[in-house]
Design a protein around this ligand. Structure first.
Ligand SMILES: NC(=O)c1ccc[n+]([C@@H]2O[C@H](COP(=O)([O-])OP(=O)(O)OC[C@H]3O[C@@H](n4cnc5c(N)ncnc54)[C@H](O)[C@@H]3O)[C@@H](O)[C@H]2O)c1
Ligand SMILES: O=C(O)C(=O)C[C@@H](O)[C@H](O)[C@H](O)COP(=O)(O)O
Ligand SMILES: [Zn+2]
Length: 361
């Protein structure tokens, strides 16, 4: 097992990474917990709820299970309310623990529920998708979508620990693995050029979930994210670089009504668009743009954005949380491994939207 430590003002906690961690969840449950709610969905529940429950039974605590509908389209108020209903019906008190067993959708919603229930109870992240293991379970961004914008309602709220079991990745559909790899590559692009090279050289092993390769990819991703959120928990500066590819990517997700493209797929394609914009604004070389496009393609994510119509793209991107005074701000790369956040002229953005609409592969 490897441990990566997260240290933020809002919480200090370990990320445990290893094969079989699902059977050791009890090790992360504090003694003074009064009751545990395992929150999952039917897909993950049918695969892993039994193992999670069996390990948590070792704590001797009262355990309930809450099953939410599966999918990004359900990351909303209505689903959140069902968590509160179950907690109240079962008389859960302030010393309860919520366990998020699932991908990023479950993690984001359970984290937000934990932030709100009785003004804050503890929660444990047990991410079961690659994307959730390398990104969403770490750093405390929690929340739900609004029809007008992605993750628009939420809170910064840290878990007490993250338990990553690499074994669970083997039941993931290929498309979900590709989506997770998009966020892995992101760390190389924004902060660690050597890690980008490392990923480029290991595409087959990453896609095949080779144990040693994927474990290192998860560890390095968590280290990068832990560093960034440790410096800037609430995104007053540096943390915005974790949003590379997301200004375009979130527009794809919201523009298509959530659930058509996977989050990681939208981010993968958005990173190509952001790289193209970087070439026009901060001097990223065309060879680097090509490398990024090739790697996104190689991991199995789409490289051609959907046709939302240029003005609709702009409208959707203006809703982005990084926007200030109506001006869209983008994460841009002067070079691979280095990121800056700045506004870009709208005529250049329009030009990039036209250029990236043409498939180059
Ligand atoms: N909070 C953050 O910092 C952060 C970071 C990145 C993404 N996100 C959010 O995370 C969400 C995307 O997360 P995701 O990609 O994990 O999607 P997801 O949670 O929808 O999971 C993808 C699919 O895989 C299934 N699944 C989960 N684990 C499985 C397993 N081991 N085997 C088989 N199937 C499994 C799920 O049931 C679901 O159908 C988005 O809402 C995104 O906005 C948040
Ligand atoms: O943790 C962060 O900060 C990120 O930006 C990570 C992103 O991968 C993630 O998709 C996040 O939920 C996006 O945040 P948002 O503030 O743009 O909704
Ligand atoms: Zn993301």
């Amino acid at each position: 097992m490897t441990t990566v430590q997260v240290n933020t003002p809002g919480g200090r906690y370990p990320i445990h990474i290893g094969a079989g961690r699902l059977h050791k969840l009890h090790e992360s449950v504090p003694d003074n917990v009064t009751a545990i709610a395992i929150v999952t969905n039917p897909t993950v529940g049918s695969l892993y709820l039994k193992a999670a429950r069996e390990s948590l039974v070792h704590t001797g605590k009262h355990i309930i299970e809450i099953t939410l509908p599966d999918g990004e389209a359900h990351k909303n108020w209505e689903t959140l309310q069902t968590i509160f209903d179950a907690l109240l019906e079962n008389r859960f008190d302030r010393k309860c623990l919520l366990v998020a067993l699932g991908g990023g959708v479950i993690g984001d919603m359970v984290g937000f529920a934990a932030a709100c229930y009785m003004r804050g109870v503890r929660f444990l992240q047990v991410p079961t998708t690659l994307l959730a293991q390398v990104d969403s379970s770490v750093g405390g961004k929690t929340g739900i979508n609004h029809p007008l914008g992605k993750n628009m309602i939420g809170a910064f709220y840290q878990p007490i620990a993250v338990e990553i079991d690499t074994n669970v990745l083997h039941t993931l559909p290929e498309r979900e693995v590709a989506a997770g790899l998009a966020e892995v590559i992101k760390y190389g692009l924004i902060i660690d050029a050597e890690f980008f090279n490392w990923c480029e050289a290991r595409v087959s092993a990453l896609k095949a979930l080779d144990e040693e390769t994927i474990s290192y990819a998860i560890q390095r991703s968590c280290e990068c994210k832990a560093y960034v959120v440790g410096e800037d928990e609430r995104e007053s500066g540096l943390r915005a670089i974790l949003n590379f590819g997301h200004t375009f990517g979130h527009a794809i997700e919201a523009g298509l009504g959530y659930g058509d493209w996977l989050h990681g797929e939208a981010v993968g394609c958005g990173m190509i668009q952001a790289a193209t914009l970087s070439a026009h604004t901060v001097g990223l070389g065309s060879a680097s743009v090509e490398r990024i496009r090739n790697l996104v393609h190689a991991i199995g994510c789409p490289v051609k954005p959907p046709n939302l119509g240029t003005e609709r793209w702009i409208e959707l991107m203006q809703v982005d949380k990084k926007a200030e005074g109506g001006q869209i701000r983008f994460v841009l790369l002067p070079e691979i491994g280095k990121a800056v956040v700045q506004a870009a002229p709208l005529n250049v953005v329009r030009d990039v939207l036209h250029k990236t609409a043409v498939p180059a592969l």
